[in-house]
Design a protein around this ligand. Sequence first.
Ligand code: SF4
Length: 360
Amino acid sequence: MQEKQKTADALLHRINELHTPGERVRIMEVCGTHTVSIFREGLRQLLPAGIELVSGPGCPVCVTDQVYMDKALEYAKRDDVIIATFGDMLKVPGSYSSLSEAQTQGAHIHIIYTPLEVLELSKQNPDKHIVFLAIGFETTIAVIGATVKAVAQADVKNVFFLVSHKLVPPALRALLDRHIGQIDGFILPGHVSVIIGEKPYGFLPNEYKIPSCIAGFDGVEILSAIVNILEQRQSGQFKVGNTYHSVVMKEGNPVAVRVMNEVYDVCDDTWRGIGVIPSSGLTLNEAYSFLDAEKVLPIQLEKPSMDPKGCQCGSVLQGLIKPNECPLFGKACTPDHAVGACMVSVEGSCAAWYKYGFSS
Ligand code: SF4
């Protein structure tokens, strides 16, 4: 413990050396798990004034848009459908309701912990259609892709996937294109990078001349990434830094990437509050389209989808405002009564700010 404290002190000393007093440096931690760690370890307060850590779009639940939730809710209305989902999707608001509200009204909603549970669920419910809510970033995509293959191989006839996977690198490109000069560096997500490696972030140094660093999740690992980013800024030599070597290989996990490529095609996708980002989503490819819920069990939305009134999730997810700058934060919107998705997930920026008492 003492050793770790010494390392943290040395890293903070180095950060102070690298930072020019008065200079504003905005570093985005892309991943929601980093956001939570930064709060838990109190890192914001330790950094010199001027170095600002800004939360990004890396919480999968938070970026799942209303239209997707409205479709899930439409399926939930059907008596012949069981929705299989991770638990943190229950409270995500659709335009008019949430899955947890639907559940109290009798919808068949089954919480799963691993995607492969859908095989058992299908066996237990041969007379129902199982619609699995397939959301998440690259980390989850590989696991769900393996489940898609398992369902196809097992020749199961009643499991379908409602897919809204999101890809991290295109989102970072969109942030830089839309908000030029707002972000000075990226702390890149550790878990996603385990799958995709360093290469897909190459456009950050090569095209945008912006420093970035893949980081682990404890305080020392995050501070190391900040040092790496500031050193790149100082030297003007930009690269994809990686201070999480023990886990993230340069080439990522080729087996997981192969599964993703076998099962999905890249498509444009809508991010909550942000809108459409080119090539930022995945859809089941031709070979697996027979498992696509929307193709096999088409639905129609009864009412148009709409953003929750007053919710600023889009601005929060792009680092344009801090959660407490949303007028609803801590008033109309709390974890018990979430108006927007960023207040739902434990990895959502608004939920993290609320939990750690940053109300003003
Ligand atoms: Fe949306 Fe609530 Fe966050 Fe405001 S505080 S941006 S309403 S989730």
